[in-house]
Design a protein around this ligand. Structure first.
Ligand SMILES: [Zn+2]
Length: 491
């Protein structure tokens, strides 16, 4: 977990961890497609943490309550240092945007730093900097969050500032138009000039043809260009209301003092909208293979990716999300996984090969594979490698021993991750804004320990037997550089 430095507005799009609980840890990598996150990106289990694995409940000292205006509050005491992490999470993301206004959730996130009547001209950010604190904000498909990390004595001030901008944001043409240019530039930098990001965007749009997860969090360029003060304020008035927000405070505090402070600050913000149920269009089952191939001379490492739609932690039942987590870990979660062993260590045809389960969404999740060839090998071989390992698991399943080992490693990594105050705050904030409860997170180790090898094979057969959505990132062949950069839709 890297401490947030000055506010960098990154866009956590789809997550790329092997399992959901730790998803929040790698948000800053989000625009990097899975194939480029080589196997080395996997954290290794901490032996010291493994000893604590017996702990069956995460953050047992956590408190959770709701203010009278409907704002949820989570307090996680952590007295190792006199600092606090203060986060406000809104249950709104790009998948909640009105049609034709893709990017408005992220655009509003930028505009939230412009100021209020009481604190104009970016005074909040300046104060955080003067106090030696850190701040950040991020938008995903399902939530938008703002956070500061400061010395504990400054917590009341942070709460007062954040509560103020929940209801008193002031936007004028003067600030809106230049900020829209900032966002357009962000899109050019992060998406348009990155072949891997462009491919990921195109792939996501064919993976979700009806559900709004198919639109990029940052928005389509033409729709960002049409965003204005009115669209931003309408979105703000509809979703930035205390009954749609979750406050998470981790650090050198006790629940009682936070409760009193929260009542004095957030508790006074009027409930000004009823956002209602988050019902998004469903994704229909589609026949046939969908495949996008993109060639670009800037590509340094060719890669292939396979994606499948699967249940998420929030939509899955009967232990299926936990079984999918184990399946991803066994197949492709790091240096001991089947894909890494086969492709990188034994056959030596891949520089990286793995699998992941993106489980943290409010609606459906994704299961993916990726592989990148070593020089002299090609993407056909990478596809064969993935298909072979997938076929093996579909036919023969996984062993009791593999499940036991993977469960132990995953729980140890999760226990280790809790050492980071911010990581812990993010885990609970993201869970509560994506349809899960505090208890769901706390009892995750208990659920993981119940998964059987039969369940792992069953989810593989149920969800990974059909055609994947395939992405191929290549360098143009010398003879056809002219046709190089246009993404091509097929299927
Ligand atoms: Zn941004």
């Amino acid at each position: 977990m890297q401490p947030a430095s000055s506010r960098t507005r990154f866009l956590p799009g789809p997550r790329r961890t092997r399992y959901g609980l730790l998803a929040a840890l790698v948000c800053s990598t989000l625009l990097v497609p899975a194939p480029l996150m080589a196997a080395g990106a996997a954290p290794t289990a901490n032996p010291a943490a493994a000893a604590e694995v017996e702990a069956d409940v995460f953050a047992p000292n956590l408190s959770h309550f709701t203010l009278t205006n409907g704002m949820e509050v989570v307090v996680i005491p952590d007295h190792r240092a006199p600092v606090v992490t203060h986060m406000v999470w809104y249950k709104v993301g790009s998948a909640d945007e009105p049609e034709g206004q893709s990017g408005v959730a992220h655009f509003l996130e930028h505009l939230m730093f412009k100021g209020t009547t009481a604190h104009p001209d970016g005074e909040f950010s300046k104060t955080v900097a003067e106090l030696g604190g850190e701040e950040n904000a991020f938008t995903t498909t399902d939530y938008t969050a703002y956070f500061q990390r400061v010395a504990k004595e400054h917590l009341p001030l942070m709460m007062a500032f954040e509560a103020d901008r929940m209801e008193n944001l002031i936007l004028t043409d003067e600030v809106v138009k230049p900020e829209r240019d900032v966002v357009l530039e962000e899109r050019r930098m992060r998406v348009d000039s990155e072949p891997s990001s462009r491919l990921r965007e195109a792939l996501t749009s064919i993976l979700f043809v009806n559900h709004p997860y198919g639109s990029p969090v940052i928005g389509w360029q033409s729709e960002i260009e049409a965003l204005n003060e009115d669209s931003a304020i309408a979105f703000y008035d509809r979703f930035y209301t205390p009954n749609n927000a979750v406050l998470v405070i981790a650090g050198d505090v006790e629940a009682d003092e936070v409760k009193a402070l929260a009542e004095e600050t957030y508790g006074k913000v009027a409930r000004r909208a009823e956002p209602g149920a988050r019902v998004r269009p469903a994704e229909p089952p589609l026949a046939g293979e969908r495949r996008i191939s993109m060639a670009d001379p800037r590509v340094t490492q060719e890669t292939v990716s396979y994606s499948y739609l699967v249940p998420s932690d929030a939509t899955g039942t009967d232990g299926e999300p936990e079984a999918l987590e184990l399946l991803a870990y066994i197949l492709g979660g790091g240096p001991t996984s089947r894909l890494h062993k086969a492709g990188v260590l034994e056959q030596r045809i891949a520089t990286a090969a793995g699998a992941y389960y993106q489980s943290g969404s409010l609606d459906m999740g994704q299961f993916g594979f990726y592989a990148a060839p070593t020089p002299g090998h090609d993407l056909d071989e990478m596809e064969k490698l993935i298909r072979a390992e997938l076929a093996r698991v579909l036919k023969d399943g996984v062993s009791e021993e593999e499940v036991a080992k993977a469960t132990k490693s995953m729980i140890a990594e999760a226990v280790f991750a809790q050492d980071s105050q911010q990581a812990l705050a993010r885990i609970f904030g993201s869970a509560l804004t994506t349809g899960k409860t505090v208890e769901d997170v706390q009892t995750w180790p208990q659920r993981m320990k119940k998964v059987t090898p039969e369940q792992v094979q069953a989810v593989a057969r149920k969800y990974l037997s059909g055609d994947p959505v395939v992405g191929l990132l290549t360098r143009p062949k010398p003879e056809d550089t002219a046709a190089a950069t246009a993404p091509e839709k097929q299927g």
